[in-house]
Design a protein around this ligand. Structure first.
Ligand code: 5GP
Ligand code: ZN
Length: 135
């Protein structure tokens, strides 16, 4: 299914030209137009899913299996020193385009990028109660 108002649907299905570095029946991998680092790419499913919650688990698995293949290939070809795989869901988590996508971000010594979070305090009691909630 596609969403006529979605830019990533248009890109993934070839209605808008892009720099694709991989394509198969289900996915297109494109270069991000605002790259965090050299080679930053996005895995786009051709079908429209707003986020991970809307996407069936087998498709999510497929997309992450592709992320593994791309991470190997991009790390080698770009001579990267490491790799971040990032996937944002909903505005609070940094999602700005509401079509599921996986960021592939090659990392280089001294690239100066910060991708992460600020660790907060926690207590053994809090962690134990969270474990009970989430198990
Ligand atoms: P999000 O913040 O939703 O996780 O990531 C959206 C990403 O898509 C951003 O890194 C942004 O630079 C990229 N992006 C947004 N629009 C376009 C576009 O039209 N073409 C390309 N190649 N990348 C885009
Ligand atoms: Zn879409």
């Amino acid at each position: 299914m596609r969403d006529d108002n979605c830019i990533f649907c248009k890109i993934a299905n070839g209605e808008i030209p892009t720099n694709a570095i991989y394509e198969d029946d289900g996915y297109k991998v494109i270069l991000d137009m605002g790259p965090a680092t050299r080679g930053h790419a996005l895995i786009l499913p051709k079908e429209h899913y707003k986020n991970i919650y809307e996407m069936p688990a087998d498709k999510v698995g497929e997309a992450f299996a592709l992320a593994k293949v791309m991470a190997d290939r991009m790390t080698k070809k770009l001579n990267a020193d490491g790799f971040n795989i990032v996937q944002n869901n909903n505005e609070i988590a940094g999602q700005t385009v509401f079509h599921f996508h996986i960021h592939l971000i090659p990392r280089y010594e001294g690239d100066g990028q910060v991708i992460g979070w600020k660790p907060c305090d926690s207590s053994p009691e809090e962690l134990a109660s969270l474990k009970e909630l989430l198990i």
